[in-house]
Design a protein around this ligand. Structure first.
Ligand code: MG
Length: 158
């Protein structure tokens, strides 16, 4: 059985926060704001997985009103979600994502993100794709007010 899931997320960029993206820290002058570490890519991936499993969204399982998730490591939340996938008898077929950010240039960091995602999904790196784009300085991402991320996942029964 094949299932498809889609995820989308957006976070504001603010001063005084580290930029956590794709499970790692990227040197930058601003960072993503949120209750957790605000890793916008990982949040989109979590929503894609919960979508494919028919399990609602990230807010249902990791509520931003819960003090337990204040400053939470989103990558470990993804680890929990991939454990639910395995429990339900699914493995990743492929994951494709896009990060929308005006700055910084993300190309040097994409391989590291793919390696981390391949690790948490226990799969080959060639099943994980991460793209990054700017919006030609238009819109909230283009003005550097925030970043957004999209994720599409296909999962198959063992
Ligand atoms: Mg989020």
């Amino acid at each position: 059985m094949l299932r498809i899931g889609f995820g989308y997320d957006v976070h504001r960029l603010v001063e005084g926060r580290p930029l956590i993206l794709g499970g790692g820290e990227i040197p930058h002058d601003v960072g993503l704001e949120g209750h957790s570490d605000a890793d916008v890519l990982i949040h989109a991936v979590i929503d894609a997985v919960t979508g494919a499993l028919g399990m609602g969204d990230i807010g249902l399982h990791f509520p931003d009103t819960d003090p337990a998730y204040k400053g939470a490591d989103s990558f470990s939340m993804l680890g929990q979600v991939t454990a639910w996938m395995k429990r339900d008898g699914f493995r990743l077929n492929n994951l494709d994502t896009t990060i929308v950010a005006e700055r910084p240039k993300l190309a040097p960091y994409l391989t590291g993100m793919r390696e981390r995602l391949a690790g948490v999904f226990n799969t080959d790196i060639n099943r994980i794709n991460i793209k990054a784009t700017s919006t030609e300085r238009m819109g909230f991402c283009g003005r550097g007010e925030g970043m957004e991320a999209f994720a599409v996942i296909s999962i198959v029964s063992e």
